[in-house]
Write a protein that binds this ligand. Structure first.
Ligand SMILES: CC[C@@H](C(=O)O)C(=O)SCCNC(=O)CCNC(=O)[C@H](O)C(C)(C)COP(=O)(O)OP(=O)(O)OC[C@H]1O[C@@H](n2cnc3c(N)ncnc32)[C@H](O)[C@@H]1OP(=O)(O)O
Ligand SMILES: [Co+2]
Length: 137
């Protein structure tokens, strides 16, 4: 794990939360991006070396929609930047963590992502992110 890549925050209304976090952080988001595979729309704020990722569900089957059926908006996950996501998945499997998707999937902001089940990570939904390098496209 090289650094915290982003903190994922589940929101009901992306526009409203964008305005709130722009006030809080003193800067606007630098991008918004829809991720079809997760049925979310995201916006990103750069905060030093790490980011804040706001996530709004785009349909009721989204993990974010399901989360908000039971919990209030707030911190949803912590994402770590990793150099080699496959190797990290193997290492974490060996350490007994439950991997939700062994095959990395397309995330936002040009990343491949994997999630670990919160029941094996002290109740924190953990995301691994690997930058998709240009020559691997
Ligand atoms: C934008 C793309 C990407 C990026 O590039 O950054 C993203 O960030 S996408 C983010 C949204 N996608 C995901 O979260 C995918 C991974 N999540 C899942 O697969 C599911 O959400 C889950 C974690 C497996 C939970 O789903 P499910 O089991 O259907 O929900 P339950 O409500 O039954 O929860 C079971 C259990 O887990 C606890 N839980 C659920 N969500 C979280 C959470 N975010 N943080 C911590 N704990 C969580 C929930 O409380 C239940 O615990 P118990 O009540 O103790 O059983
Ligand atoms: Co994320």
């Amino acid at each position: 794990m090289r650094k915290i890549e982003h903190i994922g925050i589940a929101v009901q209304d992306l526009e409203e939360s964008n305005a709130l976090f722009a006030k809080l952080l003193g800067k606007k988001h630098f991008k918004t991006e829809k991720v079809e595979g997760e049925a979310v729309e995201t916006s990103f704020f750069q905060v030093g070396e790490t980011k804040v990722e706001l996530l709004q569900a785009t349909n009721p089957n989204s993990a974010i929609a399901k989360y908000l059926e039971k919990k209030k908006p707030g911190v949803h996950h912590i994402a770590f930047d990793v150099e080699n996501i496959e190797a990290e998945v193997e290492r974490l499997k060996g350490e007994g963590f439950e991997i939700l998707n062994e095959t990395p999937k397309q995330g936002a902001d040009n990343k491949l992502v994997v999630f670990l089940h919160p029941r094996t990570t002290n109740g924190v939904l953990v995301e691994l992110c690997q930058e998709i390098s240009v020559n691997s496209k």
